[in-house]
Write a protein that binds this ligand. Structure first.
Ligand code: 7TS
Length: 423
């Protein structure tokens, strides 16, 4: 599904969605039903980490209470059950992103580790001084610093696609930056700081026409839009479980099998070998070659349950509902004259960053918290974005499909209170 095309949907002022019962969905998320500082919690920090539905909590708990053992190692029943559940999660995730094979789904700690793995395994074994890696101005630090580490190790050069004042990529610059020295294009799919949905299919086609592989940082995309890695034809893709209603400490690296097969292991240890002697070791097959040591078994199982939950609702419905929420919130915040929205791309998802002249975002965040509204303030690990817009930080509200227009109203009211106090 193309999220971008949904941005042209007409706005229903009441955000009424006949086939989307947000109250029923909210009942699946126990954490939402509490008061913070005497007000109902309005959790609007989903880009940092989303909440877990009861089914994820139950799946993890069931595993801990009935099935825990180490995976792939035992003939005993618990080990087999743990292995089945762990590998079952991998199959769910494969189907979720429509990868061709389970061997292309590597369990990692999160998007950060996925990108570091590609930098250190793929990058370090294939790149050298004179080669170039292209990223964009709107990357999260986790899609900048791993390449800088690689640059220090190998002499590769990092080149950066600029952005416009709206917070969109300057696409004309792409043709110039992708050249015969480029070895990889690594791009954020949806920006955590601006909400911009990048035209990743166009970028992939441009890169592939020059023989350049593409990595997508889909940490923010996976919870909000249907991802089909075969349709996109991306070469690598990174996701974080905790941003898609699953546990922390688990994430996925997707890689095309042919690329992963040719890559050396990222870490050495148990599980990733077939045979070891002191002369040499024989590495295990995919995906285990990249899963050294005892993995986050309960995390993988929880992520599988999160994917089941998302599939049951349907990413298309989620995108539609969240898009309406974003439109509602944008109109609401635009009606507060002191407030300036940072990031006004034509294609956006689930994030509104904003500033108020003369007021530090941390102060805004603290005051709205006193009314039960959770937003994030800071540089959002995207300091080059802050530098581009000439601000030290922004306040950011980020939405999930369990959020409501009432919560957005609570945000707007709390911001009015804050402005009354601070200005
Ligand atoms: N890429 C993007 C686009 C992100 O938004 C984040 C985390 C990461 C990568 C790293 O993910 P991790 O799970 O490995 O930490 N973004 C945020 C955020 O916006 N606020 O807190 C974390």
């Amino acid at each position: 599904m193309n999220v971008a095309s949904q941005n042209t949907l007409p706005l229903n002022s009441a955000v009424a969605e006949t086939d989307f019962d947000v109250e029923a969905i909210r009942r699946d998320f126990p954490v939402l039903h509490q008061e913070i500082n005497g007000h109902p919690l309005a959790y609007l920090d989903n880009a940092a980490s989303s909440q877990r539905p009861q089914s994820v909590i139950d799946a993890v708990r069931y595993y801990e209470e009935h099935d825990h053992a180490n995976v792939h190692r035992g003939v005993h029943t618990l080990s087999q059950r743990a292995t089945d559940a762990y590998e079952g999660g991998r199959e769910k995730i494969r189907a979720f992103i429509n990868a061709e094979s389970n061997q292309e789904i590597i369990y990692v700690r999160g998007a950060t580790e996925a990108i570091n793995l590609v930098a250190q395994s793929y990058g370090r074994s294939r790149m050298q001084a004179g080669d170039e890696i292209v990223i964009t101005t709107m990357e999260h630090h986790s899609n900048i610093v791993p390449w800088q580490l690689l640059a220090e190790q190998t002499g590769v050069r990092l080149r950066v696609i600029p952005i416009t004042r709206r917070g969109e990529l300057e696409l004309e610059a792409v043709d110039e930056l992708l050249n015969e020295r480029t070895r990889l294009l690594s791009v954020v799919y949806i920006s955590n700081a601006l909400g911009t949905i990048n035209p990743v299919k166009t970028l992939i086609d441009k890169a592939h026409s020059r023989g350049i592989p593409v990595m997508l940082d889909a940490a923010q995309a996976a919870p909000h839009t249907r991802i089909d890695v075969q349709a996109l034809d991306c070469d690598f893709l990174a996701m974080s479980g905790h941003k898609m209603y699953g546990p922390t400490g688990i994430g996925i690296l997707y890689g095309k099998r042919s690329l992963l097969e040719a890559m050396p292991p990222y870490q050495g240890g148990g599980e990733m070998i077939l045979a070891v002697n002191f002369e040499r070791s024989v590495y295990n097959e995919l995906p285990y070659k990249f899963e050294a040591g005892t993995p986050n078994i309960s995390g993988a199982i929880g992520l599988g349950a999160a994917v089941d939950y998302l599939q049951a609702i349907g990413l298309e419905r989620i995108s539609r509902y969240e898009h309406k929420l974003l439109r509602y919130a944008t109109e609401k915040l635009e009606s507060i004259p002191e407030l300036k929205i940072v990031g006004t791309a034509r294609e956006k998802a689930s994030v509104i960053s904003f500033t108020v002249d003369g007021v530090h975002p941390h102060d805004l965040g603290t005051i709205v918290d006193s009314e039960g509204v959770a937003i994030r303030t800071g540089h959002h690990c995207a300091m080059p974005v802050m530098e581009f817009f000439g601000v030290p930080a922004t306040a950011r509200a980020s939405f999930a499909f369990y959020n409501t227009t009432a919560e957005i109203d609570a945000l707007a009211n709390a911001l009015q209170t804050a402005l009354g106090v601070l200005r």
